[in-house]
Design a protein around this ligand. Structure first.
Ligand code: 5RP
Length: 230
């Protein structure tokens, strides 16, 4: 069984370390999730206590709320033609630093923000490190009107699709972009190839494989921080 507190500690360590890498004058992309929440809180503290000056954008409504609570006012993603640094968690990280993301259904905006960024810092607790991607189902965001088509084509790729449901199971999860998400289990796959193949299906917005836009560095929150670089 996972030690939840150990995970929370690891997330905090990794998140705070990433926030320490940010310097005044930088443009910053903020991801989504409980690990990124620690980075946002620490950035807010630095803005307050150290006079850190940054311009930032976020990848979800939930991160927008966290940023505002921390005293940081995000700008729209589309106002940036590039970012200096982006910070985000992951659901799985393989030895080549390829990721599965999208546990928070924010992977489409996350991929846009990380693709804009010169440096993508991925922050995880050690439980996210895997030898091979795929135990965590691959999230696929799609337009509601394409549900049947996307399911059929994902099955052709070997996938087993589960429509992501809200916690209370009273309806499907609707993303910040107004779309739906399949969580898809695949037999062992080539992440570089599968990332491209899924995105050729009409109606698919984006999938949670980050092979092309993998991080420049992964910060692993252990008692001694570990830094994995490409
Ligand atoms: C959201 C994500 C998150 O970064 C991922 O799910 C990890 O979340 P957490 O930091 O809460 O473990 O991809 O879409």
């Amino acid at each position: 069984m996972k030690d939840v507190n150990a995970n929370a500690d690891g997330k905090r360590r990794a998140g705070e370390e990433a926030a320490r890498r940010v310097q005044s004058g930088m443009t910053v992309g903020l991801g989504t999730g409980s690990t990124t929440a620690f980075a946002i809180a620490e950035l807010g503290r630095r803005v307050r206590d150290e006079g850190l000056k940054i311009e930032c954008c976020v990848t979800s409504f939930s991160s927008q709320n966290l940023a505002l609570q921390a005293g940081i006012r995000p700008l729209p993603v589309e106002s940036f033609d590039r970012l200096d640094i982006s910070i985000d968690g992951a659901d799985e990280v393989d030895p080549q630093l390829r990721l599965i993301k999208g546990g928070g259904a924010a992977h489409t905006r996350e991929k846009i923000v990380h693709a804009l960024s010169s440096e993508f810092l991925c922050i995880v607790d050690p439980s996210k490190l895997v030898s091979q991607l795929g135990a965590f189902r691959v999230p696929v965001e799609f337009l509601p009107v394409s549900l049947k088509l996307v399911q059929r084509e994902l099955v052709k790729l070997g996938g087993d699709c589960a429509l992501r449901m809200a916690v209370k199971k009273d309806g499907p999860v609707v993303t910040d972009n107004g779309n739906l998400v399949f969580d898809v289990a695949f037999p062992p796959f080539d992440a570089d190839l599968l990332e491209k193949e899924i995105n050729t299906i009409p109606g698919v917005l984006e999938n949670g494989l980050f092979a092309r836009y993998r991080p420049s560095e992964v910060i692993v929150g252990e008692s001694e921080l570990r830094f994995l670089k490409r």
